[in-house]
Design a protein around this ligand. Structure first.
Ligand SMILES: *Cc1c(COP(=O)(O)O)cnc(C)c1O
Length: 399
């Protein structure tokens, strides 16, 4: 069979690949500790489940409008007002089958062949692939561990060309957990201020920030950017609803209209009764977020302290999301007991899976080859044991 060039050049998701490998080992009876997963390990809060069950048994089982039911749109509008202080109308909000699908709709709607989209590194693995699917060109704007992996105004400026169509801002970040504060956002806004560049804000982790912080939006810092910014969010990460597949966007009506057309020919509406659950999540009691966040916070401190106690590993305490992103390049060039050389983060991740029986994600696919990503969406017990195993297996490496 001759598949499309598009299908053949697409990279499978690296994070999903590690998860599959860990799952396979587990099925073989190996006790694998999984730091690979990018989803909360909590059950969806009961009040949300009940709302969906009620919708389902109440007959809410038909098509809704493509971009979400009127009640879904109302809930998104209220959320944008409450969480961002921003006003949107029904024509300016839109629901999709997960934030990933929202982002896909956006790139398909704004990118022409050859258009460049600036992606700050380290980045979520799906951005470059989605941009490429839309026949755009991903332009990577690098940052360093010393800058807390946050794109500087200078790095952004350097990435801009006459073909720049859009910029992706993901704060807090997957994979680093890093967050842009108001000062940094102000500096970035200054660079793009006069330019005709669309800003795609992936805010999926914006409620998962610690130490009493709030995650600012570039739209709070530079409200004038509203006409060419689209905010993407969803219920997956903050409400432990990854399987429900509800994400949403808020932005200019012209763009939202394009998303509606795109989605109308691809999937139509996101699942009707999942929307009912998402409405309850966004509008109901928000206590559940605080409870999950407190647990994540304890795990965050535990894993970062454990990682920093390992020689030649350094890890900043991330302000948001549920990932630790240590620098591990101190072990590149080291030899395993069988004489194999660990050349890069891919080798190190394979070594850790095989020797320590812990699943981590190599930094390479995130554009950060000196790092690995560990999700701490797992129990404190597993974190303690996993970090212990990691330390022991790294200690056994030789030069
Ligand atoms: C998980 C994740 C998404 C996708 O979320 P869904 O709503 O489950 O599709 C988008 N962006 C980032 C950075 C993520 O980590």
């Amino acid at each position: 069979m001759r598949l499309s060039k598009r299908a053949m050049s697409l990279q499978p998701s690296a994070t999903l690949a590690i998860a599959a490998k860990a799952k396979k080992l587990r099925a073989e009876g190996v006790d694998v500790i999984d730091f690979g997963v990018g989803e909360p390990d909590f059950a969806t809060p009961p009040h949300i489940v009940e709302a969906a069950v009620k919708a389902l048994s109440g007959g809410d089982t038909h098509y809704t409008p493509v971009g979400g039911s009127p009640a879904m749109k109302k809930a998104i509008i209220a959320y944008m007002k409450r969480e961002y202080g921003l006003d949107y109308s029904a024509a300016e909000v839109f629901a999709s089958c997960g934030a990933k699908h929202t982002l896909y709709n956006i790139f398909m709607s704004i990118v022409d062949p050859g258009d460049e989209v600036i992606i700050p590194a380290p980045f979520w693995v799906s951005y470059p692939e989605q941009v490429a699917l839309a026949e755009g060109v991903p332009v990577i704007a690098p940052s360093t561990a010393a800058e807390d992996f946050l794109m500087s105004a200078a790095s952004l400026e350097k990435a801009i060309t006459p073909r720049t169509k859009a910029l992706i801002l993901n704060s807090p970040s997957n994979p680093t957990g890093g967050m842009y504060d108001k000062k940094r956002l102000g500096e970035l806004a200054e660079v793009i201020g006069g330019k005709n560049i669309i800003i795609v804000c992936d805010d999926i982790y914006h409620k998962l920030v610690y130490d009493g912080r709030e995650c600012p939006s570039i739209l709070n810092v530079a409200p004038a950017l509203r006409d060419r910014a689209v905010v993407v969010n969803g219920v997956s990460k903050s409400y432990a609803m990854t399987g429900w597949r509800i994400g949403f966007a808020a932005g200019p009506a012209e763009l939202i209209g394009a998303l509606d057309k795109m989605q109308g020919q691809a999937t139509s509406n996101p699942t009707s009764f999942a929307q009912a659950g998402a409405i309850e999540a966004l509008s109901g009691d928000q206590k559940c977020i605080e409870e999950m966040r407190a647990i994540f916070d304890r795990r965050r401190r535990l894993i970062v302290a454990g990682l920093n106690a390992i020689p030649k590993v350094s890890c900043a305490l991330p302000p948001g999301a549920f990932y630790a992103f240590p620098t591990v390049s101190g072990y590149f060039g080291a030899k395993t007991a069988s004489g194999a050389v660990i050349k890069d983060s891919m080798d190190l991740a394979s070594f850790l899976l095989e020797e320590a029986k812990i699943a981590v994600v190599p930094g390479e696919p995130f554009g950060a080859p000196e790092n690995i990503r560990l999700s701490y969406a797992t129990s404190e017990e597993s974190i303690a044991e996993g970090v212990k195993r990691m330390a022991a297996s790294l200690a056994a490496l030789s030069r």
